[in-house]
Design a binder for this molecule. Sequence first.
Ligand code: COA
Length: 542
Amino acid sequence: MPTLTSQIRTSSPEFEARRAHMLALLETFEQRQRAARQAGGDRALAKLRKRGKLSPRERVERLLDRDGSFLELSTLAAFGQYDDEAPGAGVITGVGHVEGRLCVITANDHRVKGGAIYPASADKMIRAQQVAMENGLPAIALTESAGANLLHQAELFAMGTRGGRGFSNQARMSAAGTPQIAVVFGSSTAGGAYVPGMADINIQVRDKASVYLAGPPLVKAALGEDAEDAELGGAEMHASVSGLCDLLAEDDAHAIALARATVRMMHRSGHARPRRVARPPAYDPDELLGIVPADLRVPFDIREVICRLVDGATGGGAEFHEFRRDYGPELVCGTGWLDGHAVAVIGNNGPITSPAAQKAAHFIQWCNAQRTPILYLQNTVGYMVGIAAERGGIVKHGSAMVHAVSTATVPQFTVLVGGSYGAGNYGMCGRAFDPRLLLTWPCSKIGVMGGPQAARVMRIVQEAAIRRMGGEPEAADMEEMEALVIDEFDRTADPYYATSRLWDDGIIDPRDTRPALSVGLEAAWERDLAVVAEPRFGLLRQ
Ligand code: COA
């Protein structure tokens, strides 16, 4: 057996001299690296503390697993350049473990010129993206950036290897199934705004993050508009109005916890989707009997159903991470665990509006890319109608949602817990959209619309036809016709009519919903072990 044996004598003067030389070099290196890591010194740290912020290194440390590793890259990028005002090129990059999984992490050093991007910062961040792409590692961007450094824009903005390259990389990474999470902690302007904009999922910190193409001074200069920071691009605004913020965090620590929870649920190429030890629901499933009103026109919060189906959290309550909670609130979208299986849930809380449909389309694409099975809880009167809804593009946005549901390759499950009317049945994965299981509760109703609505439509149409022919409709005839339509709609909307014709896989006792779904998820999991389909499109934020 050939072996390798050392020929040097570690006690020799030559060895000692070489070692002393190397240690001297190391001293210089360590001193330079220490200085780079403390960009801005105590003054910059004091400014952060005053604003209730963590330093970029603290953010990275909290994101990483305690017992994991972190290989930091190019710690001395930009050394000796830019009058040494951008230590480490104003960005931390590296490869480290998050929830047991290697991720590429980048963090703007907001102590350096507000996190502005120097040419070397772009090179360093794009190199980190390359590492993520080559190895298919998830990329997590801890963002707080003033965008391009305006004093260096000529070496940055239009160059093919910098500027737009980071964003084209982001889109290509998404298309290649390399997931990207952006966590926005502070002001992120222009190029800094596109990082979360192009990310698959973005998390923003309440009262601290602001994301815009142009900040208040530029808006004033360009348009003469006086804009407050929060109104222009605050996290709450993005969470409820623009739809840019997917998960709203209460503070830096919460944002990092949300990023870790997101990684925990992400699909890993070549692996079956994540599972963990099951926890019982936080609330007694028996209580599912008391949630749906006898009159389905009376609204109820679908979260009351969700929190009795999914696994409980360790600290009490159900574990459920709601996606864009305050944007398009007519659809509740979120992720949790059901009997130890990762699961996404989409449930109705009112007629589906354009923002709700846009949110769902993005959410379905994300779940599909992560191979997270989707559960649809239907209680829908359909998509929003009316002049405002049509002008707002409800057909376009509803179609996008139906498109996402139809082409998702992830296992989907549907439970009718209330009404299933109109195209809401389609967008919420009705029978024609091939859910792996479609179950109904005995209180459910199904039909193109409700009986009274159909009767009213038929009456208006018939009255107009009679008048066109010169006649006058008789009220009694119209009432009789309406009653017939209502009777017919009631008869065919009945869950027993539906189940008799196999429009579903059976009516179930609401208390059996979790065990039934658990079997469905287990069955789909077996299949997933054999088939690992890759997503075919990147995520297009809507
Ligand atoms: N390019 C170059 N320098 C920038 C910069 C940029 N885009 N943004 C900020 N700076 C510099 C400031 O001039 C200041 O320099 P100084 O320390 O030498 O005085 C330093 O960064 C810190 O800025 P300051 O405004 O004091 O910090 P802050 O934490 O209060 O605010 C920002 C940070 C990012 C909110 C604020 O600086 C800002 O709005 N910058 C403009 C962002 C922008 O419009 N970018 C467009 C890029 S295309």
